[in-house]
Design a binder for this molecule. Structure first.
Ligand SMILES: *[C@@H]1O[C@H](CO)[C@@H](O)[C@H](O)[C@H]1NC(C)=O
Length: 456
């Protein structure tokens, strides 16, 4: 197919939340505005630091954004799909493997470092992925995992624990031992080509995520953010040092939401500044999804409004373009979104609980130009693909924004941002940092040139 749709939101929780809508979680036993007790790591705030990673990829044609992470000792580089819609990080495993797409020398080889099934982290993984049927027969059994994503792709494997070195912006390199999955049985959803990445970097806040593990070790504040450029690439950070001091729009996470994925709302849909009469949308912020998915009702409203608004303009439906369900062509083929922007109006999401709180979706945040020179709608019908009533804000709508998932304060924030400019610690951050700034990709680049080159 033309386009691979990375779509990594954890399926099992989606099913769960479809049965028990998030709004039915009682706020009574989880006061949203209660002050959090001081955890050990918040005492250590002055010690904790941040780490930043270069992001590669794009919405179209690749369909994913990735970071390259050093794992193991000696470290090897793995390109991982960044996914704020799931917790568990896994890499393709050098074991008899079904569905490994990388050459063998780029797979992760377990080295007597399997996590045992009595390890508390093992039950955390099972809590967040399979609800019940897990038992640990013998304490030194390995810890198996299985994750299934909303696009019906899946990974099955075993948990391992290994060194993942992080270069922090204070200059220190720390090598915590972190648990992650070694996946030896991957399935891909039928309609898309197998992902070219070595695995998934789960950015959720479940205990098993790398974010939570680094936080429990007192290394970072429980905050993660990304800035995905519409021109491809961008950056990802752990910790709170990169949060701009002003300009961010913050909205609270739905109670309990961050443990599985980050959601907020309810929101009302706007088209060209006027209400589209669609209200009560709960939104999952999901960097693992290339496109944005709305429930049928909201999707249909968008399609109707956009279609109606195109009447009399020079765009015709391009049903022969297989890239996405709805495409239009012009009299000449389009090269970039700037050729078509004038034909389309902005969409907007207005968060009904917080006054005047909006997410603006200019045409760039919901359209792509295909290699056939047509423009296509990057908002899809979620109900049709089995998401029922859920709504997913995917990469296309998160581009050129800094998006911050702040688990300390239980809020999600965003601000328009130029994601092409990698943050410069000396320029952008106050404080004295001991070393000139480097990215995490550079840590071992000079020492392991061979593995560095393998990543392309
Ligand atoms: C830098 O930050 C890391 C991670 O929080 C911490 O472990 C380390 O001690 C810090 N180094 C210095 C020199 O403060």
């Amino acid at each position: 197919m033309d386009v691979s749709i990375a779509f990594n939101t954890l399926l099992l929780f989606l099913l769960f939340s479809a049965i028990f809508p998030l709004s039915s979680f009682s706020a009574a036993n989880q006061p949203r505005y209660a002050k959090k007790p001081n955890t050990p790591s918040s005492h250590n705030h002055h010690l904790s630091s941040s780490a930043v990673f270069k992001v590669q990829g794009n919405v179209y044609p690749l369909g994913h954004y990735t970071v390259t992470l050093n794992i193991g000792y000696p470290p090897k580089l793995y390109d991982l799909d960044i996914d704020s819609g799931s917790d568990l990080t896994w890499v393709q495993c050098d074991a008899p493997c079904k569905g490994c797409t990388k050459p063998r020398n780029q797979l992760y080889k377990p080295n007597h470092n399997l996590v045992q099934c009595m390890d508390p982290l093992c039950s955390e993984v099972h809590l967040s992925t399979e609800s019940t049927d897990y038992n640990c027969a013998s304490p030194d059994d390995q810890c198996d995992y299985e994750v299934e994503y909303a696009d019906h792709g899946s990974s099955l494997g075993v948990l391992v624990r290994d060194y993942i070195p992080f270069q922090f912006i204070n200059g220190s390199v720390v090598r915590p031992r972190v648990a992650f999955g070694c996946g030896y049985d991957q399935k891909f959803s039928g309609s898309t080509s197998p992902p070219s990445t070595a695995g998934v970097l789960g950015l959720g806040n479940g205990r098993a995520s790398i974010l939570s593990q680094l936080h429990s070790l007192g290394l970072i504040r429980n905050v993660v953010g990304h800035c995905l450029s519409a021109r491809g690439g961008g950056f990802l950070f752990f910790g709170d040092d990169f949060i701009p001091s002003s300009g961010i729009v913050w909205t609270s996470m739905l109670p309990g939401s961050s443990e599985k994925h980050y959601s907020s709302g309810p929101a009302e849909l706007f088209f060209n500044g006027k209400t589209a009469n669609v209200k009560g949308l709960e939104l999952i912020f999901d960097s693992g999804s290339s496109y944005t998915y709305l429930n049928s009702q909201a999707y249909q409203a968008v399609v109707d409004l956009v279609t109606k608004d195109l009447k009399g303009k020079q765009l015709k439906r391009a049903t022969e373009d297989p890239s996405l369900p709805i495409c239009w062509k012009g009299s000449k083929s389009f090269n970039s979104l700037s050729d078509v922007k004038k034909y389309f109006k902005p969409l907007g999401l207005s968060f009904t609980r917080d006054k005047n709180l909006q997410m603006h979706l200019p045409p760039e945040a919901y359209l792509i130009i295909t290699k056939h020179g047509n423009v296509c709608l990057g908002i899809l019908d979620g109900t049709e693909v089995g998401l029922e009533n859920l709504n997913i804000i995917g990469d296309i709508s998160l581009q050129d924004k800094m998006v911050i998932y702040d688990n300390e304060k239980q809020q999600i924030g965003w601000v328009s941002s130029n994601c092409d400019t990698f943050p410069n610690v000396d320029r952008d951050l106050e404080g004295n940092f001991a070393h000139p700034y480097t990215t995490n990709l550079d840590i071992f680049g000079d020492r392991c040139p061979a593995s560095y080159e393998e990543t392309d």
